[in-house]
Design a protein around this ligand. Structure first.
Ligand code: BGP
Length: 469
């Protein structure tokens, strides 16, 4: 079987992780510009001031992506580049940069797939309460509308938000991302609800503008599976899926929050303030959702937690995504298992868990169109005589594309796959050492680029439309 012709093979990035030029051409400060400079927050104090200088080298990067044969490039817009204070006057230089980037993609026939929010809120709005402040929702819709009007003639694929679970969980439960708050469930649920409303209103605005493209949201896809058949562990897995998936997928797809979670929020006094108008907006938007994006890296192996939960700020090591942590509410625990394979960074490698999760998703949510907006291997690549021999990454992508092929055979509505990431880039909490790219960036040598083995392998796979997988 070949992958269908309308299936997009792409790769992805995010503004803060690649652009650099943090204070160039009128860009305002973002929360990450500030947070990454607080001692101890990031790996060896790394930040995105320069990142991989995509802002200045985007032409070279897009050319290399074209050489790989990428059909689509997913990137994000930095809100503070468009609106330095998050609201008010538009920074024309910011519009110009993204306009040029889009044109450069189109020059090679690469479809731009644009994320409006990949975690970098303008610092001025963060200081006004960030996602806890409902006025920020208005500002977001305004920012999105500016982007639709400026780029919507050429961009026909939009993602409102990237991984709300990750930025809100890290920002309000673990203290590992800005605004660096921890153990504040009430704030976490209020922020996630406000983001759901921002997504809904932005989607409705987009439809109102009649630009005839598609719009969706990308979420963490990390299906929880019980370690065994014990009832208490199966309940732990159910609970994890309700909080980590249903709390996000339900409003976007079904237009309402899951009852199971709502009951627990009520019992614990964690219920966010939700107005009738917001409920209606969420419901209405769900009817027009075009697709859901999944960022899949690993499943979660869980069991009922019996340990006491310590109410404290998590260390960076506890927040980098490897299993071994207790959930925020103390209900379940994720664990490493002896019979599973793990990456150098301790993330499970499970193409089977991916396929299994996709099947379960279809059972629950039906035929929703899906893009895999991120999937990839974080590693420290082997370099031999200047060649980047990232064999493990080839194997990783190959195995996950096989799962997708099988899923398509089973009529799961998958329409695209984006390798995380196009070029090597900044990992939020792991610095530049943790590489994901199809294109190598040499930090010892002027940030020189070079296509890796995985890039060449991906090129061939795209040319064959995956027939030989
Ligand atoms: C996702 C984010 C990406 C990226 C990726 C890899 O959660 O959307 O921005 O960072 O994870 O994560 P990490 O860099 O922590 O390995």
């Amino acid at each position: 079987m070949k992958f269908p012709n309308d299936f997009l093979f792409g790769a992805a990035s995010a503004a803060y992780q690649v652009e650099g030029a943090w204070d160039k051409d009128g860009k305002g400060l973002s929360n990450w510009d500030v947070f990454s400079k607080i001692p101890g927050k990031t790996f060896e104090g790394t930040n995105g001031d320069v990142a991989v200088d995509h802002y200045n080298r985007y032409k070279e990067d897009i050319k290399l992506m074209a050489e790989i044969g990428l059909e689509s490039y997913r990137f994000s817009i930095s809100w503070a580049r468009i609106l330095p204070n998050g609201k008010g006057k538009v920074n024309e230089k910011g519009i110009e940069f993204y306009s040029n980037l889009i044109d450069e993609c189109l020059k090679y026939g690469i479809v731009p797939f644009v994320t409006l929010y990949h975690w970098d809120i303008p610092q001025a709005l963060e200081e006004e309460g960030g996602w806890l402040n409902k006025e920020v929702v208005d500002h977001f819709v305004n920012y999105a509308t500016i982007c639709f009007k400026a780029f919507g003639d050429r961009v026909k694929h939009w993602i409102t938000f990237n991984e709300v679970l990750c930025f809100a969980g890290s920002g309000y439960l673990q203290g590992a991302h800005p605004p660096g708050i921890y153990n504040d469930e009430k704030k976490y649920f209020q922020a996630t609800h406000n983001v759901s409303v921002a997504h809904a209103r932005t989607l409705l605005k987009y439809k109102e503008l009649k630009q005839y493209g598609e719009i969706g949201i990308s979420h963490v896809f990390s299906p929880a599976v019980s370690v065994d058949d014990l009832e208490e562990n199966k309940l732990a897995a159910y609970h994890a899926n309700q909080f980590d998936h249903a709390w996000y997928f339900h409003p976007a797809i079904k237009g309402e929050y899951p009852e199971y979670v709502m009951n627990i929020l009520e019992e614990n006094k964690w219920m966010p303030e939700i107005t009738e108008e917001e409920r209606t907006q969420i419901k209405e938007a769900s009817k027009h959702l075009d697709f859901i994006g999944f960022n899949y890296y690993q499943p979660q192996r869980v069991l009922k937690n019996k340990e006491k939960v310590e109410k404290r700020q998590k260390t960076r090591e506890e927040c980098i995504g490897s299993p071994g942590n207790i959930s925020f509410d103390g209900f379940f625990k994720s664990v490493k298992l002896d019979d599973k394979k793990y990456t150098k960074y301790g993330w499970e490698i499970s193409p089977e868990g991916f396929l299994d999760g996709l099947r379960k998703f279809k059972e629950e949510y039906g035929d929703v169109k899906i893009y895999i907006t991120e999937n990839g291997l974080g590693d420290q690549d082997l370099i031999v005589e200047d060649e980047i021999l990232d064999i493990s990454r080839v194997k990783f992508i190959e195995a996950h594309l096989k799962s997708i092929k099988q899923a398509i055979k089973e009529s799961i509505n998958l329409k695209g796959y984006y390798v995380w990431s196009a070029t090597d880039l900044l990992s939020w909490l792991n610095g530049y050492k943790k590489q994901y790219g199809l294109i190598y960036v040499d930090h010892k040598n002027n940030l020189d680029r070079k296509i890796k083995l995985s890039g060449r392998w991906y090129k061939q796979t795209i040319e064959e439309r995956g027939e030989n997988l």
